[in-house]
Design a protein around this ligand. Sequence first.
Ligand code: 6PG
Length: 227
Amino acid sequence: MTTLEILVTDTHEEASATLAGMLAEAARAGAQIALSGGSTPRPAYQLAAELEPDWSRATVWLVDERCVPPTDPASNELLLHQSLLDRLAHRPTFFPVPTHVGASGAADRYERLLRSTPPLELVALGIGPDGHTASLFPGSSALEETDRLVVATEAGLEPFVPRVTLTLPALAAAAHVVFLVTGAEKADAVRRAFGEPPAMATPASLARSANGLTTVVLDRAAACLHT
Ligand code: 6PG
């Protein structure tokens, strides 16, 4: 059975602290953790590194990645290094997406790796104003994937480069899926993702832990249209 909980905090800072606390606890417990890119979670990742500088028992995956070199500002690998990994006293095992082999080869390798390890325990997601999550964009054929855990997908947004993303089945298999969404420009996407029936037009409405918990952490601005 899937359980959805919505936590509304006053500010982006409080929302970030909520996710940071969950990440620090998961790191301490040596969990398998998958992290999204985007600008929203940066402060949460930084705070998580302060709260728990020893991530040596944990394993960190990327929820999605753009096929760019790891030094490119659009790289989620770079973002994770800057906001989390390079700030830790003891790093986790980290699996970047091997984008140098191209999107489809990288998806195949990441899939094999993911299947060879215990299931994901905590997955941190964001939402775009169009309702996308991970690199699962409205109307994308990647949303129809029922078997694979990782696929190559088309770019739905700038930069228009191929991407690699966890699929809905991969997200569904996770014990705990946590969305961090802040800001008024996301309010309508939040309403569609968590207040309306699931639809391909709003990929975040389809991303749920199937047998565990899905938590949505919002600030007041992002929650303002949610009933
Ligand atoms: C990414 C993502 C993506 C992101 C949303 C929200 O790497 O870009 O995984 O799904 O979470 O686009 O991004 P912002 O936090 O920048 O609004």
